[in-house]
Design a protein around this ligand. Structure first.
Ligand code: P6P
Length: 342
């Protein structure tokens, strides 16, 4: 494409729309529905980012007074993000069913709209407890093909597929800048929002997790609640700081931000099960699975401490799991310590 007088390197500017279309060319059988679904999610991300930027001014910070099914105070931005994701996807005829962290049960597609071929599960605003402190937060999404016959209403079974069946997944991180990171199984690609034109532009093509780890990331405040194996693994990481492969600790307390840094800098994020949370804290279906899909595409690995996250067959929509995610060798080291010491 010839350069344009407006943007001398216009041929190097890849919008998310152009990139998703090019990705679609890898799938001759693709009908464009998944492409359009990813557009819709990117648009939702822009809208949520815009609401985020105005939050302090629009006095929508703080609590609604509502309580979500997790028993957590619902931040107004949580509700806005959840509604934005729903409103952009309920009528398109691309989905058979949705599920959200903010809703106890599956979210049906209104009868007046066509029931489509995909399933969309999402955490609309993960890390929302950090919003008031201006710490980064994120939206996480997972896309499956529906199991039943197109046209029929989606069911809970559509939402309980193992992560190995994911068709696409990704996240939007609202940090110093807003980034959209996704994969359809053809590598992981990152886009940075240019607010002046309202476009996500390709900034990180084919992300691969660095072989040399830079950070480990866990809430060491819970150290005494962890099993012996997890404590030994943590000390293994701490002792690495004295070797040539020194590794620092970073922990924001916002999964998407802690994962995004792990993906780009190399290392491991882990949220173990502990005595007060025997099942772990993080959610399998719309947090661990999509990030496990992404990290695998980037050359990493994700485990619950015993097995590949993507192989777990979910039995409940909001089922919790322990999560160890990042460089393969570090996640395997964690599994080894847990196997040997419990
Ligand atoms: P803790 C945020 O509330 C969240 O669900 C994740 O985003 C984050 O990784 C985790 O909880 C932090 O939990 O117990 O360390 O505050």
């Amino acid at each position: 494409m010839a350069s344009s007088p407006f943007a001398p390197n216009i041929d190097t500017i890849i919008t998310i729309e152009r990139h998703i279309l090019e990705q679609q060319s890898f799938h001759p059988e693709a009908t464009g529905v998944l492409t359009s679904l990813l557009y819709d999610i990117a648009l939702a991300g822009k809208m949520i980012a815009s609401q985020m930027a105005r939050a302090g001014l629009a006095q929508i910070l703080g609590k609604t007074g509502g309580i979500n099914i997790q028993g957590e105070q619902v931040m107004k931005l949580d509700k806005l993000a959840d509604e934005t994701m729903y409103m952009l996807n309920d009528h398109t005829g691309r989905l058979a069913v949705m599920a959200s962290e903010e809703h106890e049960h599956i979210i049906p597609i209104p009868k007046e709209y066509h029931s489509g071929k995909y399933v969309l599960m999402f955490d609309p605003l993960d890390g929302s407890s950090n919003i008031d402190y201006n710490v980064g937060v994120g939206t996480i999404f997972a896309i499956y093909q529906r199991l039943g016959v197109e046209g029929e209403a989606g069911t809970i079974e559509d939402c309980l597929q193992p992560g190995s069946k994911l068709v696409a997944a990704g996240y939007i991180v609202y940090g110093a800048s807003t980034m959209f990171v996704y994969s359809t199984g053809e590598g992981v690609h990152g886009f940075t929002l240019d607010p002046s034109i309202g476009e996500f532009l390709l900034s990180h093509e084919n992300i691969q997790i660095p072989k040399i780890p830079t950070y480990y990331s866990c809430n060491q405040g819970y150290y005494t609640r962890w099993s012996e194996g997890v404590q030994k693994f943590t000390r293994y990481l701490q002792e690495m700081t004295n070797t040539t492969r020194s590794i620092s600790m970073r922990y924001v307390g916002s999964l998407v931000v802690d994962f995004h840094r792990t993906l780009l800098a190399g290392g491991i994020f882990y949220y173990p099960a502990d005595v007060s949370k025997p099942e772990g804290k993080l959610r399998l279906t719309y947090e661990a699975n999509p990030l496990a899909f992404i990290v695998k595409q980037a050359g990493g690995y994700a485990s619950n401490g015993h097995q590949d996250i993507l192989e777990i067959k979910p039995h409940a929509l909001h089922q919790r799991t322990a999560l160890y995610i990042g460089n393969q060798e570090l996640v395997r080291e964690a599994e080894e310590n847990i196997k040997r010491y419990g």
